[in-house]
Design a protein around this ligand. Structure first.
Ligand SMILES: Nc1nc2c(ncn2[C@@H]2O[C@H](COP(=O)(O)OP(=O)(O)OP(=O)(O)O)[C@@H](O)[C@H]2O)c(=O)[nH]1
Ligand SMILES: [Mg+2]
Length: 285
């Protein structure tokens, strides 16, 4: 009997009021505990409700910001996207395209979108490798990609090629109409010609292509490019029966190389007019 009473007093706070009411009809000793039992029951229900609501909202918050859920959203393909490694000159170029001549910027840590009709939206993606998983999603908005490389810093070209390889193998670029490789900072004495830049990028991309296909064959998964990014979903570069990668033949999107400097502005900077023509054309494609 004692055990039964103990069990009853333990369970009572968790029973719904109608059940407690029912028990109290047969057991009058319970009438004193009835309000307390109801309170505890109500508080239990309230706590469960609050915890469930909190869990649901935190889940939807994190999915709202995760790259995976962003990737599943439908977005318009309407923009010119500036992509490329850190300090290659994207932000300064964005400003020049908008008619702002200023060579001073600080490292971008967030995506910037500028809307200035009649130009299409211009999206400047920071080059920091840690942000690549997020920034690569903006390739889905791209009608044209301006892939900016610092032509005056040869040592940065392998890293630029790794990034470009990811762009070329991203499933997000299948609807993009062109990629312009902007060989930026052509005013600097050590700057390389578009031909030299192209050859450096080609050889690194080809090695990456070969090592990616070997990794696939051996089944060893992993990101040999050192960053946490879009390679999880990639479309291999197909060179058919050719021995090596060639931009003209094997790129999934037409690629053009353009020598450029923002020094001199939109009117006077080498390559700036041609670049602006590309930007304008891409709004009508
Ligand atoms: N000489 C010269 N310097 C340039 C030119 N364009 C950019 N720079 C310089 O290059 C540096 C980097 O330029 P940013 O535009 O900030 O580079 P970014 O690609 O936006 O870099 P992240 O934001 O880190 O991805 C700055 O010090 C600029 O002044 C150019 O055409 N000529
Ligand atoms: Mg920047």
């Amino acid at each position: 009997m004692e055990n039964l009473a103990l069990l009853r007093s333990t369970l009572l706070p968790y029973l719904p009021p109608p059940v407690v009411n029912l028990i109290s009809v047969v057991d009058e000793a319970l009438s004193d505990t009835l309000p307390e039992a109801s309170m505890v029951f109500m508080l239990t229900i309230l706590s469960i409700f609050l915890i469930t609501t909190l869990l649901t909202s935190s889940r939807s918050y994190s999915s709202g910001t995760s790259s995976r859920s962003l990737a599943s959203k439908r977005v318009p393909r309407d923009a010119v996207v500036l992509f490329g490694p850190r300090s290659s000159g994207k932000t300064v170029l964005l400003h020049s395209l908008l008619g702002i001549d200023d060579l001073t910027t600080i490292t971008s840590m967030a995506v910037t979108e500028k809307v200035s009709p009649p130009l299409p939206p211009l999206i400047d993606c920071p080059g920091h490798p840690r942000l690549l998983a997020t920034t690569s999603l903006y390739l889905r908005r791209a009608t044209t990609i301006l892939f900016v490389v610092d032509s005056s810093a040869a040592k940065t070209l392998p890293a630029a090629a790794s990034m470009l390889y990811k762009v070329l193998t991203s499933p997000h670029i299948s609807g993009c109409s062109s990629i312009v490789i902007v060989c930026a900072k052509s005013d600097l004495p050590l700057s390389k010609s578009p031909l030299r830049v192209r050859s450096a990028l080609t050889s690194t991309i080809d090695s990456l292509r070969v090592s990616a296909s070997t990794t696939e064959v051996t089944g060893v998964l992993g990101d040999n490019l050192g960053t946490n990014d879009i390679t999880s979903e990639s479309v291999p570069l197909d060179v058919g029966s050719d021995r090596s990668f060639n931009f003209d033949k094997h790129s999934p999107v037409p690629v053009k190389f353009l020598k450029c400097t923002t020094k001199g502005g939109l009117e006077g900077g080498e390559g700036m007019r041609e670049l602006m023509d590309h930007v304008k054309k891409s709004s009508s494609s």
